[in-house]
Design a binder for this molecule. Structure first.
Ligand SMILES: *[C@@H]1O[C@H](CO)[C@@H](O)[C@H](O)[C@H]1NC(C)=O
Ligand SMILES: *[C@@H]1O[C@H](CO)[C@@H](O)[C@H](O)[C@H]1NC(C)=O
Length: 379
């Protein structure tokens, strides 16, 4: 008995040594993951419970977030790993979530490329010197962009330690078309008329910009994985401004290249190929096309029917979503029923529960409690 035990311990030690692949020179190894339901759902493995997290779960609906933001400017929080980690941790202290997503912003890439980005209260992001004509592309500084984003890697590494293996940590980026939009419009836009005009007036320069962004994004995501990100999400939040035809021309090729180049890069360097989610808001018209891009998970906004989405993407892709963020303002009982119905429509396999877009600032805290509990109890 004792010999058998010792033998099996020796065997375990050997397996551990043989299967250990160093991913990065880190001072300390990361704590072991305790709740890996998110990663299992992403890979199509059996889960203990349907994993749930919420886009912008570290955000303004939390009073402790507002409190911290009174002391620190938005991008100071992003750029200071201690503050970014504190904010990332806030929702996990309150709710039984199955994932953590590093606090940052998609516009850190335009910043690293040399554009000024400010966060104006009540307005959102403002880029005072946007790209007006292709001449302005000369102002972009792709060389060294990655090193100017190293604070995101530092925050990710620190967060992995602070999480102590409780749930996986997600890293993210904006997608090329979405970033191009902000860089040309100078902020959010209801119509994206200037950036859409670029596509027709300066198609070659638009491709140049989209390819430059794609290259930067691949570098950035690789750095996030090296730093400890256990899953990645690509936000094509402005897909809703493109027709299906435009989406296939101006978004899809770059989304494909991001995934393929990143997987190649990680594989060649012996780094872990983490699951990747594509969330193209408003592109429910192209789920079939999205499912051919190689992403492990497709995020859905609330306009898409779960069962129709499953038909479109087939059995081997995980779906994420898609409760209407406005449903978070309903009575708790209604919200519970809607959440339960949603989970039943998606099913327990290959599903990650989420909202269909970011949680909004006035959402009651109790709605988050109801949502998370209802997901976990639905099946
Ligand atoms: C799904 O994956 C299984 C197992 O790898 C494979 O046999 C099957 O052909 C795939 N189905 C589709 C539609 O890709
Ligand atoms: C919620 O669902 C329960 C059980 O199906 C039902 O009895 C109840 O009327 C529903 N409540 C609301 C507000 O829809």
């Amino acid at each position: 008995m004792a010999i058998g035990l010792r033998l099996s311990m020796l065997l375990l030690a050997l397996i551990t040594i043989v299967s250990y692949k160093p991913t990065l020179q880190r001072l300390q190894p990361f704590p072991a993951l305790k709740n890996d339901n998110l990663l299992r759902a992403a890979r199509g493995d059996v889960v203990d419970r349907v994993p749930v997290w919420v886009m912008r779960q570290a955000g303004r609906y939390l009073p402790e977030f507002q409190e911290l933001r009174k002391q620190h400017d938005f991008f100071t929080v992003c750029r200071t790993p201690e503050l970014a980690c504190e904010v990332t941790m806030q929702p996990l202290r309150r709710f039984d979530l199955d994932a953590s997503i590093i606090f940052s912003d998609i516009l850190v890439i335009p910043q690293a490329l040399g554009l000024t980005v400010e966060m104006h209260a009540g307005v959102g992001p403002v880029l005072p010197q946007p790209l007006s004509t292709p001449e302005d592309l000369k102002r972009l500084t792709p060389d060294g962009a990655l090193s100017r984003l190293s604070y995101v890697g530092d925050a990710i590494t620190m967060m992995r330690h602070k999480l102590d293996g409780r749930v996986p940590l997600i890293g993210f980026t904006g997608a090329p078309w979405t970033l191009m939009g902000y860089m040309i419009e100078g902020g959010g836009s209801k119509t994206m008329s200037k950036s859409k005009a670029w596509l027709t007036e300066y198609p070659e320069d638009s491709k140049l910009l989209l390819n430059l962004l794609t290259d930067t994004i691949v570098d950035y995501l690789e750095m996030q994985v090296k730093s400890g990100a256990q899953m990645l999400q690509v936000f094509e939040s402005s897909a809703e401004h493109l027709s299906k035809e435009e989406f296939l021309v101006w978004a899809v090729p770059y989304l494909r290249r991001i995934r393929n180049d990143l997987v190649d890069r990680l594989t060649k360097k012996g780094l872990e190929v983490v699951p990747i989610t594509l969330f193209a808001k408003g592109a429910g018209h192209s789920l079939k096309e999205q499912s051919d891009l190689g992403y492990d998970v497709i995020g859905l906004d609330w306009t898409v029917d779960p069962r129709e989405a499953r038909e479109q993407v087939g059995p081997n892709i995980t779906l994420q979503g898609n409760l209407d963020p406005q449903d978070m303002y309903r009575d708790p009982e209604e919200l519970r029923n809607l959440t339960t119905e949603m989970v039943h429509k998606f099913g327990k396999s290959r599903y990650i529960a989420n909202l269909g877009h970011g949680i909004t600032p006035q959402t009651p805290i109790t709605s988050m409690e109801v949502l998370v509990e209802a997901v976990h109890q639905a099946l």
